[in-house]
Design a protein around this ligand. Structure first.
Ligand code: SF4
Ligand code: SF4
Length: 448
């Protein structure tokens, strides 16, 4: 009986296991095994390619455009300090800035311009003007150390309702010099940045646009640890949109604190996060050491907010009239008047670190609607993924069909893996990688 059925239809290996033999109604067809495997892969890809679950959402795509590796600062913890001089000098090419990426701008809502430092890139000013004039719906997010944020840029940003983020590593010059960039050059940079930001804030106030105050961030290391409270206070005095603090990865190995004072800082941050709640977004969990945080969180969970208000009266005074929701609504109101796309909380605050639910499980959502383009043309959906392609390999007839790029065989394959919990290719230090960390929650208390 079995042999009759096998004659009707069967698939088996030949004796040397080099070929597959398919029998259909007594007719035997012999294939090389890899031909069959390729055929199966091709059919799977064709089916997956049309499955909306695995396709990119180019509409409203978030773009991270790195204009140059070059920078006008010398932060001692900079991950780019080991780059060769030649690599530092590379700049995004005009062809992709002004031609090939146009479909991304047409679809996008947010494009981060970063580096190195974007303001030292040859094309920075022209490019901001080009985007502001031709794609007014698109919001730029300028990520910089602030040194080059001169009045010309301040005007461009204010007139076109773009967003800004400045990494300023210290609330005062001494901390900045010890923790980030020493000597006379560091001192000049610190004061220049402060002047630029304070001038920008003055303009925003005059125009009744304080809801567009910048986001700021600082790296916490052994030298800046004592400055964290004052830094938060300064950021609140500036009415910053978001306050970011990053524990120095290299110094603390992400697993333990070599300086016991860091634990006190982490506890203080957990308390301040709870105190702020929905009023001001403070983010420090990106690289915070999970084990210590989990232990300290149990203690902080039990502290009533009223007690925290008494413990941090100065901060409470500065946040008492703030509301993340109201400030976002005000930005959106002004955006509508200018014909810009509006933002949800998620797509403004967590644009590059977002997650999604599928079948009761949370997965990283970045591969679906983000793209990261580096100054040498390498691209992928994020900078934490080990594999990437080069923008030049996608150009046909001097343009790029982004629908095809974002849904090519590899992209579909990575998304299918990630939605199924397989994160091969993802760096371990990526904060959204759930195989290494608990799923990333940028802020525990903000629920809008
Ligand atoms: S501002 Fe950023 S890119 Fe420039 S040196 Fe500092 S860490 Fe590096
Ligand atoms: S490395 Fe992987 S987990 Fe991390 S953001 Fe990129 S795709 Fe997501």
């Amino acid at each position: 009986m079995t042999s009759i059925l096998q004659n009707i239809f069967s698939v088996r290996n030949d004796e040397r296991k080099i070929h597959k033999i398919i029998t259909i109604a007594g007719v035997k067809i012999k294939f090389k095994r890899n031909i069959l495997a390729n055929l199966r892969d091709n059919i799977t890809y064709i089916l997956d390619k049309h499955n909306p679950l695995y396709r990119s959402r180019i509409k409203d795509i978030t773009i991270r455009m790195r204009l140059t590796n070059n920078c006008n600062a010398k932060c001692k913890f900079c991950s780019q300090s080991s780059f060769s001089e030649q690599r530092k000098q590379i700049q995004a090419e005009n062809d992709w800035l002004y031609k090939w990426c146009k479909p991304l701008y047409e679809n996008g809502r947010l494009m981060m311009l970063t580096g190195g430092d974007p303001f030292v890139a040859r094309e920075c000013k022209n490019f901001i003007e080009f985007i502001s004039k031709n794609y007014p719906h698109l919001t730029l997010l300028l990520e910089s150390n602030g040194i080059g944020f001169n009045e010309e840029y301040q005007k461009l940003v204010t007139d076109n309702l773009h967003l800004t983020h400045f990494s300023i590593n210290g609330s005062n010059v001494e901390t900045y010099k010890n923790a980030c960039w020493g000597g006379e050059a560091g001192e000049i940079a610190f004061y220049k940045t402060r002047r630029n930001i304070e001038n920008f804030l003055k303009t925003l106030k005059e125009k009744n646009m304080e809801c567009f105050a910048p986001s700021v961030s600082m790296v916490i290391n052994d030298e800046s640890n004592d400055d964290v409270y004052n830094y938060i206070k300064l950021a609140l005095e500036w009415k910053c949109r978001r306050i970011g603090l990053f524990f120095n990865l290299k110094e603390n190995d992400m697993k333990y604190f070599n300086n016991p004072k860091m634990s006190e800082t982490l506890k203080m941050l957990l308390e301040i996060e709870k105190l702020f709640g929905n009023r001001v977004f403070i983010a420090f969990r990106l690289y915070s050491p999970g084990v210590e945080a989990a232990q300290l969180e149990k203690i902080v969970d039990k502290i009533p907010v009223e007690e925290l208000k008494r413990k941090y009266p100065e901060l409470e005074e500065l946040v008492k009239n703030r509301s993340i929701k109201k400030e976002l609504e005000e930005r959106n109101r002004l955006r509508r008047l200018k014909g810009k796309k509006t933002f949800s909380f998620e797509n403004e605050f967590n644009a590059f670190i977002r997650t999604k639910e599928y079948k009761g499980k949370t997965h990283c959502d970045i591969p679906w609607n983000c793209i990261d383009i580096r100054p040498d043309g390498r691209l992928n959906f994020c900078s934490w993924f080990r594999k990437y392609k080069n923008i030049h390999s996608y150009v046909k007839n001097d343009q790029i069909d982004w629908e095809t790029v974002l849904n090519d065989r590899e992209m579909i394959h990575y998304r299918k893996n990630i939605i199924n919990g397989v994160y091969c290719g993802c760096e371990g230090y990526c904060p959204v990688n759930p195989t290494v960390h608990d799923m990333f929650a940028p802020n525990k208390y903000v629920r809008l």
